[in-house]
Design a protein around this ligand. Structure first.
Ligand code: HEC
Length: 139
């Protein structure tokens, strides 16, 4: 009998020791809906196509169209209408000459109209290059 009581007490004790309901388990997180697949990467921006190198402006052609009337086929200035390149080119920088062509120039010889509205920088550079190699001081 005594043994039974002890056993009962022991089991009670054991029950109390583990007693109480286990704390409610937090509800298992609901499975997240599968993350939407990342949006496809936007298509790569179209690479700016290198402008197909437009044929370099033809300085000789530009000269024949816009300059020869005053500067002459020989670059000597067509009897004073334009400057004689042999006289006006030396000692001037390309920048200064390009500015004269672009903005025009009024000087001792006369007035050259501005070409900036007719020719772009590339064309001015091309025609100046032509003028220098064709009429400029050699060497
Ligand atoms: C309407 C006549 C006329 C035309 C057309 C003309 N020029 Fe001139 N140009 C002149 C005169 C005049 C001068 C000299 C101005 C001065 O210094 O008295 C001159 C000067 C120049 C000079 C020297 C500028 C400087 O700083 O001394 C260059 C370079 C030149 N011209 C290039 C050209 C080119 C290139 C063209 C064609 C795109 C052209 N010219 C068309 C009249 C003209």
């Amino acid at each position: 009998m005594k043994n039974l009581q002890i056993a009962a007490l022991l089991s009670l004790g054991l029950l109390t020791a583990c007693g109480g309901d286990p704390p409610a388990k937090p509800e298992a997180p609901k499975a997240e809906p599968a993350a939407a697949p990342a949006p496809a990467a936007p298509p790569p921006a179209p690479v700016a196509a290198e402008p197909v190198a437009a044929a370099a402006p033809d300085g000789a052609q530009i000269y024949g169209t816009y300059c020869v009337a005053c500067h002459g086929a020989d670059g000597k200035g067509n009897n004073g209408l334009g400057g004689n390149y042999a006289d006006v080119l030396p000692g001037k920088t390309d920048e200064a000459l390009m500015a004269s062509i672009k903005n025009g120039k009024t000087g001792a010889i006369g007035t050259m109209p501005p070409w900036g509205g007719t020719l772009n920088d590339e064309q001015i550079k091309a025609v100046l290059g032509y003028v220098k190699t064709t009429f400029g001081p050699k060497g």
